[in-house]
Design a protein around this ligand. Structure first.
Ligand code: CO
Length: 149
């Protein structure tokens, strides 16, 4: 495993649309492991592949530091309710802001072996999922801030 370097605001890769993953091999597993290690090292709760300069639809999330979600080709298929909370981003240090997100979402995705999965998450976990999935479309939380913190 290895710590990867995080792309910072101003790097154009953060504004590009990531590509669908079609090959589920050892390289994907290594990337996922590296992303999780990097997320924990940087004390984040989520990390998307474009943030480590890989333009693929992959993200990792761990809100509690124990449960690790690995999402490949994630897609929000259902959302309900709203919530507002402060967000930050490892690619945008020293900035926080309040963003409105769904209260609960259902996401379909693939695991590291390519198996189709579906999960419903709510509250802050839903916020983290939405934030990371936005990264895959070149969208950053600063685009959605309703008030600075
Ligand atoms: Co982010």
């Amino acid at each position: 495993m290895a710590i990867r370097q995080i792309a910072k605001l101003g790097d154009s890769i953060l504004r590009e649309k990531a590509k669908v993953v079609t090959i589920f091999d050892d390289n994907l597993g290594t990337l996922l492991d590296d992303m999780t290690e990097t997320m924990f090292f940087e004390e984040g709760v989520g990390l998307a592949a474009p943030q480590v300069s890989i333009l693929k639809r992959i993200c990792v999330i761990s809100v509690d530091g124990k449960t690790i979600y690995e999402l490949v080709n994630p897609e929000i298929i259902k959302s309900s309710g709203t919530q507002k909370g402060a967000e930050g981003c490892l690619s945008i240090p020293n900035r926080n802001g309040v963003v409105e997100r769904p209260k609960e979402i259902t996401v379909k995705y693939q695991d590291r072996s390519g198996k189709n999965k579906e999960i419903t998450v709510s509250d802050f976990t839903a916020v983290a999922f939405c934030h990371e999935i936005d990264h895959l479309n070149g969208v950053l939380f600063i685009d959605k801030i309703t008030s600075e913190q």
